[in-house]
Structures are given as C-alpha cells and as structure tokens.
Design a protein around this ligand. Structure first.
Ligand SMILES: [Zn+2]
Ligand SMILES: [Zn+2]
Length: 536
C-alpha cells in the first residue's frame, strides 16, 4: 500500500491523500490550494492527481480546502463515485457551484486585463459552474457509523468529527497480502463544546493515524466567554455609533455567529437599532442547508428547535444578495453588525467593509476563525497598524477582537485528547494540515505524552507501507523547485548599472518629464524598501 501526500503537507490547504491499495487507487479529500501565486499554480496541475486513474473519492467535509478540486477532477474525466455524508453533499451542492462561479468571474476579469494589455488569448477558468454541477451528480451519500465497501478489500466507516455540519473522520480498513491495516484520517477535528454541531467522536485504535495539526502549537484561550466577547464588541461600537465587521466563512462560522446573536438578542444585549447584515449570497444558501440538516445538530440546538425557536433568525436580520445592496451597507449611517466573507479577508466583499471601517475609531473587527500566515486577517490579529487594500494604505484605528470560542478546530490540548484513545501498540502518527511551527510543537508533545515520533510528510512525499514497515520516499526536487535568486540578483544589478548611466543625463530633460520620472522612481524605491524590510 502506498499513500501520497498531494496537499496539506506543511500547510493547511489542498488536503488530498492518494492511496494505492488492493489494486485500486482512491483519495481522501481533494482540496483546493490557497496561498500565493506559486502555491495556487498547483491547482492547475491536474496531472498530479491523475483523475483518469482514480477509482473513488472519500470526502471528509465540505470546506473548499478539502473539496475545491473535485470539479477539476470531473472536468479532467473523473466519473466515479464521491462518497460523503448527507449534510456534506447538501453543502457541496452550493459550495462547489459558488467556487465554479468565482473561477468563471476571475477568468473573465483576467481575460479583460489580458486583452486590454494586448496580450492575446487568456487562460480558461480552473473549472466552471457546469463542471461543479456534474460533480454533485457523482456524490454518493453515506451514513455515520455504517461501514461500506467501495472496493473489494476496502472497508470505510465515517464518524462525526464535530468540525462543521456533516464533517467526518474516516476509518479505512485495508485487507491485503493476508493482513488488515487500519488507517484513520481525522479530517478537521472540531472543538469540544462547539456550537450547533455534535462533539467529536472517539474512533477506535488504528495502525496509521493521519491527523490535522492546525492549532498544534496553542490552546484556545477563554473559549467559554465567546458570547460575552461578541457582546463586548457590539457594546463598544454601538456606543460610538460605528460598525462591527465580522469576517467569517460563509459556511459554518456565519451560522455560529448568527446563533450567538440570537442568544444575545434573547438576553437583551443586541441593541434594536443595530441591524445585522449577512453580506454573502453563499452564507444565505448555506443557512438554508443548515435548517434542512437538523439531524446533525447537538442537543442544545434540538432544545431550541423543540421550544419553537429558529436559532438562525433575528428580528433585525438583513440579507444582502447583490453587489449594490452590499455597497449600500457602507452608506448606512449608524451602528450595525456586518458578517461577510472571506474569513481571512484575502478576498470577497469583506475587503470593502474593511476599507470603509478599519480607519474609523470606534469600529470593531471581530475575528472568529483561523487566520493563515500571510493573510490580511493574520496581519490585523498580530497588531499591524496599516493594511493595503485595493492598492491603498488604510490605517488601523478600529478595535480588533479575536474570539477563540468560534474556532472550528481543536486546540493543542484537545488534539492530544483526540489522539490518545486511537493510539495502540505500534500506531504511527502522521501530522498533516498544519503550518510547520504548529506541527513541530505538536510532534514534541506527542513524543512527550505517548513516546511516539510523529511523521511530518512533505508535499508529494510517499509513505510505502508493507506489513508493519513504513518507508518514506521524498520527492523534494519536484515538490519545491529551487527559486532562481541568482537570476533575480543579476537582473537587478544590470538595471541598476543602466539606471546610474542614464541618470547622469536626466537633468537635461524637460522639467515636467523629470518630475514624472521622479515620482515613478519614488514608487519603485518604496516598493524596494518594503521588500527589503522582509529580509532580516
Ligand atoms: Zn474544515
Ligand atoms: Zn481544513
């Protein structure tokens, strides 16, 4: 048996673990890579996933970093079953279509840019809404706890991961060469006490445990006070007549925030003159999917429903579907709560709301989810005083709140609690879905607590499992082609020499032309200073 790490290796995005066993090839998750241009270029390299030779796909949950490349697989000839829970299938129905729509819009925008610059025919969208719709027709629903056999020799069982609606950890028993090997893929592991969804289940002991490590280096603080912390942000901005901006993933986090606001409304802590805008068409559709999947709610939610309450409704709730409605929020005078995607502020409508509110003393920005390295959200959480939005520097005068109780991910202590009962004699632990520092810290704790040296695989690495021997095969050169620094340095030096030569004669040019060139070089100088400040 062989397992190839096609994503979520030393990073949190692009989850995909390709398994060769029992003469079949299948994968757990097929997520989109998110990050800088080099990382996102991996999305276009369908050959890595080899869609024509994959027999089936198991999906842990609907988040795009676990499902976003499914339509690409389908476009590239994949036509076999995609297994997931009912709620995941419902969510994928709206999320993949939304993702296809984003791809189409981006491709169109790039095309316009390309034509405007006279660069000729641009690239195609990664995939389209049609590809997404064809993908959802391949979804095959599975029940939690009911083992099934997608191929002879392969038995699969889904268990509740408590992360988002429909999320699962997946156990796979492989019967091969006269023995059975059990693999456990954690998926994203939820936090005990998470809102709306049930708590994470404890799966049985496994031979190989592939576990997420997003918060491997830290515990969440003050998880219990999340509702009060949200109330504080509301009170702070309401008193000052300003807005509370909540950057949130449309699926999961938005519904949790709505649920908390529902609780605050009941406690009289949500002022009546403070409208709540949910500014994301996807969030609106996702909330409907949540309503249709009450079978996966926890006891608290059922108690509310039994009492005849709608936990996602508020008397002052306003949904904004169109871009025009979204823009009107910014001309709305007075206090308001605005829930808008994306959660890390690297895309979407929330960037407009930040531009309008970040510089306003009295406004609040409330972070309710994980903020990846390099994202504007992370910069704000770490106390950055200025943010560049739409090419313009915006000062940070708003108050920044980080509420940990909304996190969909287990903290370090909770990850250790999750893994403890699945470790038996000879269990190997493989850490995925985490940034290097978080993974290293979790590995240290796993060694200290359980005496196990966890494996931290790199991108494209293979784990070759024979009997109870596991061999690591790295593909470093292919995974991380060296960056051509010599080329960059030579190019810069050459230009610097030319510039020095030509500058000697610049004083003879017309004054107006000189001032324009001066401004141009000042911009260049500022850009160079910014780049240099990143190299210690
Ligand atoms: Zn997730
Ligand atoms: Zn994830």
């Amino acid at each position: 048996m062989k397992i190839r790490f096609l994503g979520a290796a030393h990073t949190v995005t692009g989850s995909c673990f390709m398994i060769d066993a029992c003469g079949k090839r299948f994968c757990v998750d097929c997520g989109m890579y998110q990050g800088n241009k080099t990382i996102e270029a991996r999305n276009r390299d369908a050959a890595t996933h080899d869609p024509g030779h994959v027999d089936f796909i198991l999906v842990t949950h609907a988040h795009i970093d676990h499902s976003g490349l499914l339509p690409l697989m389908v476009r590239e000839s994949y036509a076999n079953p995609i297994y997931c829970t009912k709620a995941t299938a419902d969510l994928l129905g709206i999320m993949l279509e939304d993702s296809g729509h984003i791809q189409e819009v981006e491709a169109k925008r790039d095309a316009t840019k390309s034509f405007r610059r006279g660069l000729g025919v641009p690239g195609q969208p990664l995939y389209t809404v049609k590809d997404a719709q064809r993908t959802t027709r391949l979804l095959s629903q599975v029940e939690y706890h009911e083992p099934f056999e997608p191929a002879p020799g392969v038995t699969v069982t889904y268990r509740d991961a408590g992360h988002i609606l429909g999320s699962a950890s997946i156990e796979i028993d492989i019967r091969e060469d006269g023995g059975t090997t059990s693999l456990l893929f954690s998926g994203d592991i939820g936090r005990p006490g998470a809102l709306i969804v049930r708590n994470t289940e404890t799966p049985p002991v496994a031979d190989y445990v592939f576990m997420e490590s997003t918060y491997g280096d830290r515990d969440h603080k003050d998880e219990d006070s999340s509702v009060e912390e949200l109330a504080r942000a509301i009170e702070y901005s309401h008193r000052r007549g300003e807005k509370v901006i909540v950057p949130a993933f449309a699926v999961g986090r938005t519904q949790e925030v709505l649920y908390c606001l529902h609780v605050l409304e009941k406690q009289g802590k949500l002022p009546k003159d403070m409208p709540v805008f949910v500014d994301s068409p996807l969030a609106i559709r996702a909330t409907e999917v949540f309503r249709r999947n009450a079978q996966d709610f926890d006891d608290e939610m059922h108690a509310l429903l039994d009492a005849g309450e709608d936990p996602f409704s508020l008397s002052q709730l306003r949904y904004t579907l169109t871009t025009e409605q979204s823009q009107r929020i910014n001309s709305h005078e007075g206090p308001a709560v605005v829930i808008s995607a994306s959660g890390m502020c690297n895309a979407g409508r929330v960037r407009h709301h930040l531009r309008h509110n970040l510089w306003r003393p009295g406004a609040s920005i409330v972070f309710v989810g994980f903020q990846g390295v390099g994202t504007p959200g992370r910069a704000l959480v770490e106390g950055r005083k200025k943010l560049t939005l739409f090419g313009e520097d915006v000062a940070v005068a708003a108050r920044i709140f980080t509420i940990n109780g909304f996190s969909g991910h287990a903290g370090q202590r909770q990850l250790l609690d999750w893994v403890k009962p699945v470790i038996g004699s000879g269990t190997r632990v493989i850490l995925v879905h985490g940034e290097p520092d978080a993974q290293a810290a979790l590995a240290v704790r796993i060694k200290a607590d359980f005496g196990i040296s966890a494996i931290i695989p790199g991108y494209l690495e293979e784990l070759d499992i024979k009997a109870d021997q596991a061999t690591r095969i790295s593909h470093e050169a292919q995974a991380h082609p060296p960056v051509d620094w010599a080329g960059i340095s030579e190019g810069l030096e050459r230009k610097w020499r030319t510039l020095a030569e030509r500058m000697a004669h610049l004083g003879d040019r017309p004054w107006m032309e000189q001032t324009e060139l001066q401004e141009e070089f000042a911009r260049l100088d500022a850009a160079l200073t910014r780049s240099l400040s990143k190299i210690p």
